[in-house]
Design a protein around this ligand. Structure first.
Ligand code: ZN
Length: 248
């Protein structure tokens, strides 16, 4: 069987998404899982959505930014810069893409596992940072699953619940690989395609080999200056362009 490519938090960054899809091509991708925040912050929401919907999707959920763009999550929840980008995003999208976004939920069961944006407990909004094992424990307790894919923090992360019930979490670096042991349960975050926040500007993705039962955290370099120029010429807040070069 071919491999599963898991991505999250594309945030309307077309240049980063194209780099990830090209890099994913080397891993014989059989399907894609997308953990939400397809839009918001970046300058190409329409082209990014068109590209995502044409992928061989196993599952795609909505994030808080996607839901807010179609009026299903309060814009007041966001800081001023994110809210400004959201209003701009909603204005850019044609009716058929707004309808497509409205059709997505923040949590979905697929044959590959559970897929959520934030957490199992609060799929649209709770952050599972690598050091927050207690929050992860609540997610493990909330529903039955062997593997759950999530995003939202923009930090490549794994939480493992061992057969003895202990839960441990950590951030994952580029190139790290993990064997998925039978009997253990996993919460897996690929990191962000379009706005990484772990100090590396390179676009993040996760390769899951379902036969070998392993996961590998990967990064792809992309033309950051192009994405920055798109954000500036769209008139979006400049900080959204600046942070892409820092990976913050
Ligand atoms: Zn996000």
């Amino acid at each position: 069987m071919a491999r599963l490519i898991v991505i999250s938090d594309v945030h309307a960054n077309l240049q980063a998404l194209e780099a990830v899809l090209a890099a994913a091509g080397d891993h014989d991708p059989g399907g894609f899982v997308v953990c939400g925040d397809l839009v918001g912050y970046g300058a190409d929401p329409g082209p990014v959505l068109e590209r995502l919907f044409e992928l061989p999707l196993r599952s795609m959920v909505a994030g808080n930014h996607d839901l807010a763009a179609v009026g299903r999550f309060p814009v007041e929840w966001f800081n001023d810069i994110a809210a400004e980008a959201l209003r701009w995003t909603a204005d850019q999208l044609p009716p058929h893409l707004l309808d497509a976004l409205r059709g997505l939920e923040a949590s979905e069961r697929s044959t590959e596992g559970l897929v959520v944006h934030g957490s199992v407990v609060e799929p649209a909004s709770e952050y599972l940072m690598p050091e927050e094992s207690q929050a992860a424990t609540r997610s493990f307790d909330a529903e039955g699953f062997d593997r759950c894919f999530f995003g939202h923090t923009h930090v490549p992360t794994v939480f493992i619940r061992s057969p003895d019930g202990t839960v441990g979490g950590r951030a994952m670096r580029e190139g790290e690989r993990l064997d998925l042991e039978p009997g253990s349960r996993y919460l897996l975050n690929p990191g962000s395609v379009g706005q990484p926040r772990d100090g590396s500007p390179r676009a993040a993705f996760l390769v899951v080999d379902t036969e070998a039962a392993s996961a590998e955290w990967r990064r792809a370099a992309y033309p950051v200056e192009e994405a920055q120029a798109r954000i500036r010429s769209a008139g979006l807040p400049r900080v959204l362009a600046d942070r892409l070069a820092l990976g913050r």
